[in-house]
Ligand binder design. Structure first.
Ligand code: E4P
Length: 220
C-alpha cells in the first residue's frame, strides 16, 4: 500500500519524505487555502519535493470549466493528478480528461455505487472518505473494502485511495481491506512509528551496551 500525505504544507512533506516512507501527496481546496500561498506555485513546489503522484483539485463545478482547469493543472508538472468531485459534471470531466491522457482522482466518494461510476468514467484513483463516514455513524472502512471487492470482480484498474484517515488504526484497516493507497495527515503518519516496546527495547539495548563497552571497557 502506498502512503500519501494529505497536506499542502511543505515542511510536513519534507519531513515525511526524509523519513523515506512517503509515496505521494493529496491536497484539496481547504488544505491549499490553509497555506495562503499561490495555488499553482504551491503544487509545483510539492512536486519538486515528492517524486510521486500529487493530487490537485479543481474548484469549478461545471464540466467544461473543470476540463479547462484540469488541463491547466496537469500542465504544472507531469506528476500532477487532477482531482474532480464525484458529481455528474465531475465524472463527465473525468471521462474527457482521461481520454486526453490526464490522470484523474475522483474525490468525495461516499458509496460503492459512486465508486463503480468513477471506475466506469476511467478514474485513475477513487477516494472514499473514511473519517467523514465514521462521523455520521457509518463504518467508513466498509466502503473501502466494498470498493476493493467490486473493482477486483471486474478487473477495474482504478486505484482505491483511503482518504479522510484520522488514526493509525484507520491506516492498518485500509491496508487489510486492500486499499492501494492511504492518504493521511502528517500527525497520523508520525504516530505510525510509535510503540512503547520499541522505546523500551532500544533504551535497554543502549544501556547494556554502554555498561559493557563504555563504563567498563572490554580488554583484548
Ligand atoms: C482526500 O484526498 C482529502 O483531502 C482528505 O482525505 C479529506 O480528509 P478530511 O475529512 O480529514 O478533511
Amino acid at each position: 500500500m502506498k502512503i500519501f500525505l494529505d497536506t499542502a504544507n511543505l515542511e510536513e512533506i519534507r519531513k515525511g519524505v526524509d523519513w523515506g516512507v512517503v509515496d505521494g501527496v493529496t491536497t484539496n481546496p481547504t488544505l491549499i487555502a490553509k497555506e495562503r500561498r499561490p495555488f499553482e506555485e504551491q503544487i509545483r513546489q510539492i512536486c519538486e519535493i515528492v517524486h510521486g503522484d500529487i493530487s490537485a483539485e479543481v474548484v469549478s463545478t461545471e464540466a467544461g470549466q473543470m476540463i479547462d482547469e484540469g488541463r491547466k493543472l496537469s500542465r504544472i508538472h507531469p506528476n500532477v493528478v487532477v482531482k474532480c468531485p464525484l458529481t455528474r459534471d465531475g465524472l463527465k470531466a473525468t471521462a474527457a480528461l482521461t481520454r486526453e491522457g490526464v490522470r484523474v482522482n475522483v474525490t468525495l466518494c461516499f458509496s460503492p455505487a459512486q465508486a463503480l461510476l468513477a471506475a466506469k468514467a476511467g478514474a485513475y484513483i477513487v477516494s472514499p472518505f473514511v473519517g467523514r463516514l465514521d462521523d455520521i455513524g457509518h463504518t467508513g472502512m466498509d466502503l473501502v473494502a466494498d470498493i476493493v471487492e467490486i473493482y477486483r470482480n471486474y478487473g477495474f484498474r482504478t486505484q482505491v485511495l483511503a482518504a479522510s484517515i484520522r488514526s493509525p488504526l484507520h491506516v492498518v484497516e485500509a491496508a487489510r481491506a486492500g486499499a492501494h493507497i492511504a492518504t493521511m495527515p502528517f500527525a497520523v503518519l508520525d504516530k505510525l512509528f510509535d510503540h512503547p516496546l520499541t522505546d523500551k527495547g532500544l533504551a535497554q539495548f543502549l544501556k547494556d551496551y554502554k555498561k559493557a563497552f563504555q563504563e567498563t571497557p572490554v580488554s583484548g
